[in-house]
Structure formats: structure tokens, C-alpha cells
Design a protein around this ligand. Structure first.
Ligand code: SF4
Length: 329
């Protein structure tokens, strides 16, 4: 097999090879995990990056994303407007106390108003003054040039805007914005030297080919950080009754993403606990990053279980900006 050795020697998987590896039923998932682990070990050693989410504005969203409990299609239980600055900075304090490397400030909605961006940037300036080591990721939706300029000036390190799915499957997931809209926001952030974080949600009815396409699309946009979400179905959403994932399939997806994006931060994101279940630790042999705490409107597991898992793996917490520290060949 020795795919990892080939990749470490400078080769890249072609889309056709990747599809064959991903779908070949005779190729054991643990063999792929083993290959992916060689790459994870080379680029990140025993380090794990921790991230924490703040849902700074919840629900009240005009978009129709089929996986999301905050969309206009839902009668949200948790809906509130943008929270006050003090609550945003308080969340950063909790993150710093929990050895978190990146604090992710997330807002529901199609994109932020200029007033909301000003509110976020004022909060980020305060956080940077109080916790200069804490990296800040903003996830505010579709954003323009002027907004990116303000976010960069305030000290935002990273912007999350997921591709979510393949270009081919996009319209099955959302109809109120396009795949191209998503790409444009990512490119805008890159143009302002804000580190691009972009990932996917698997288990929404996409095909194996879609999953391979997503991994290559993220390689093409050169995402520094790749959150891989596994659908945690929310009743009442379009995908509320989906049930496509098994722990082994999740591992196979993570291994595929590592083989195609070997040096990138690969984060096991939403749906980790419910989909990987007892294989979460195995998944961290492929991924090098997780969220600690709750997700946007679904709960995570108690923080201590994550710290225990890291200790059991004899891993160490990485506070650094991984994409600036990875080895180059
Ligand atoms: S994912 Fe974001 S844009 Fe889509 S419905 Fe949910 S809050 Fe709105």
C-alpha cells in the first residue's frame, strides 16, 4: 500500500485514485486510517488543536439550509439576536481557561450587517487585548471586502465559511445562496490575509463521488483548516431523518480528507460524539483538531471526556497556529 510514503515523497492522489481507495470494499478502513496516520504524525506529531464555539446570534435566519435548525424553515427554540460584547468576551475568557487555541464566534444568518461587523470587531479587539494568545475565528456568513478589511484590522485570524457539500449536490442542500457565493466569501477572506477555514457536512444524502469532490474542492481553495462535520440530524429539518453514517464510514471519510489534504488542520467537528461514538479516539489518529464543548444548537460531550481522550492517546494540546507551523517538504 504505502500511500503515505508516496505522498510524503511529493506525490498527490488523483481524483480517480482517491475514489477507488474510498470505495474499494476490499480495502479495510483501518488500512486507510493507518496511511492517514502516517501523514498526521509527520505534520502534527502528537499535537491536538482545541477550538471552542460561541453561538453569538442564533436562529432568525432567512436561508433554507437543509441541515440547519436555525433556518427559516424551523420554529427555533433557541433564537436570539447578537449578544452583547461582554458575553462575547466572557466566552473568550472561558476558552482561555480551557486551553483552547481558537475561539470561534459564530452568527446565524445569510451574512452580517455592517453594524453587526462593528459589534464583532469591537469584541475581538477587547479579546485580543485580554487574551493575546487566543486565535479568533469568525463565522458570520457571506461577507464583503469592506467587512473583511474591518475583521482583519480588529485581529480576526481566521474566517470559517464551509463549502458544506460538493458543487454538484449544493442545490439539494440550500437554494437561497449558491456554491459560487460561498467560494467568493472564502476568496475575499484570503485576499485580506485571513486564514481560510472551510469544511463539509457529511451524511446529507451525498454520494461517494460527492465526498471525494468535496475533499478536492477544499484542496483547490487551499483551506488551512478543514472542519469535517458529520450530520447530527435535527428533527423538522430537510435532513432530519437521514441515517447514512456509521463510525467506520466517518473514519474512512476523515482518512480520505487527510490523504488529499495531508498537511492541513483536519478537525472533527459537529456530530463527532453521536456519529463516531466509541471510535472518537481512533478518529483523532487521523484528524488533529476538535471542538471542545457544545456546538451551535446541539450539545457536545462533557469537556473532561475530551481532555481524558487526549491524555489516553498521549497527545498534547497545541495552542499554535498550526497552518503556520506545519513542516514543508
Ligand atoms: S447554516 Fe447559517 S445560513 Fe444556513 S440556515 Fe443555518 S444559520 Fe442560516
Amino acid at each position: 500500500m504505502e500511500i503515505a510514503t508516496r505522498i510524503l515523497n511529493g506525490a498527490f492522489l488523483t481524483p480517480e485514485e482517491a475514489y477507488t481507495l474510498f470505495t474499494d470494499a476490499s480495502l479495510d478502513t483501518m488500512t486507510l486510517v493507518h496511511e492517514a496516520y502516517q501523514l498526521r504524525k509527520y505534520y502534527y506529531g502528537h499535537k491536538v488543536k482545541l477550538n471552542m464555539i460561541l453561538n453569538a446570534k442564533s436562529g432568525i435566519c432567512p436561508e433554507d439550509c437543509g441541515y440547519c435548525g436555525q433556518s427559516r424553515e424551523m420554529k427555533e427554540k433557541q433564537r436570539y439576536a447578537l449578544i452583547p460584547e461582554n458575553q462575547i468576551t466572557e466566552g473568550a475568557k472561558v476558552a482561555a481557561e480551557n486551553e483552547i487555541g481558537t475561539y470561534c464566534i459564530v452568527m446565524s444568518g445569510r451574512g452580517p450587517s455592517d453594524k453587526e461587523v462593528d459589534h464583532i470587531t469591537a469584541s475581538v479587539e477587547r479579546i485580543k487585548a485580554e487574551h493575546p494568545q487566543l486565535k479568533i475565528c469568525a463565522c458570520l456568513g457571506l461577507a464583503n471586502d469592506e467587512q473583511a478589511t474591518k475583521l482583519k484590522a480588529a485581529g480576526v485570524d481566521r474566517y470559517n465559511h464551509n463549502l458544506n457539500t460538493s458543487e454538484n449536490y449544493h442545490d439539494e442542500v440550500v437554494t437561497t445562496h449558491t456554491y459560487q457565493d460561498r467560494l467568493e466569501t472564502i476568496e475575499t477572506m484570503k485576499a485580506h490575509h485571513i486564514s481560510p477555514c472551510s469544511g463539509v457536512i457529511c451524511g446529507m444524502g451525498e454520494t461517494d463521488q460527492d465526498i471525494v469532490d468535496m475533499a478536492f474542492a477544499l484542496k483547490d481553495i487551499d483551506a488551512d483548516s478543514i472542519p469535517v462535520n458529520f450530520l447530527h440530524p435535527i428533527k423538522g429539518t430537510k435532513f432530519g431523518d437521514m441515517n447514512q453514517l456509521t463510525p467506520m464510514r466517518c473514519l474512512r471519510i476523515l482518512a480520505l480528507f487527510r490523504l488529499i489534504n495531508p498537511s492541513k488542520e483536519i478537525r472533527i467537528a459537529g456530530g463527532r460524539e453521536v456519529n463516531l461514538r466509541s471510535l472518537q479516539a481512533t478518529a483523532l489518529m487521523v484528524a488533529n483538531s476538535i471542538f471542545v464543548g457544545d456546538y451551535l444548537i446541539t450539545g457536545g460531550q462533557p469537556n473532561q471526556l475530551d481532555y481524558d481522550m487526549i491524555q489516553d492517546l498521549v497527545y498534547e494540546i497545541d495552542y499554535g497556529h498550526a497552518e503556520n507551523e506545519v513542516k514543508t517538504q
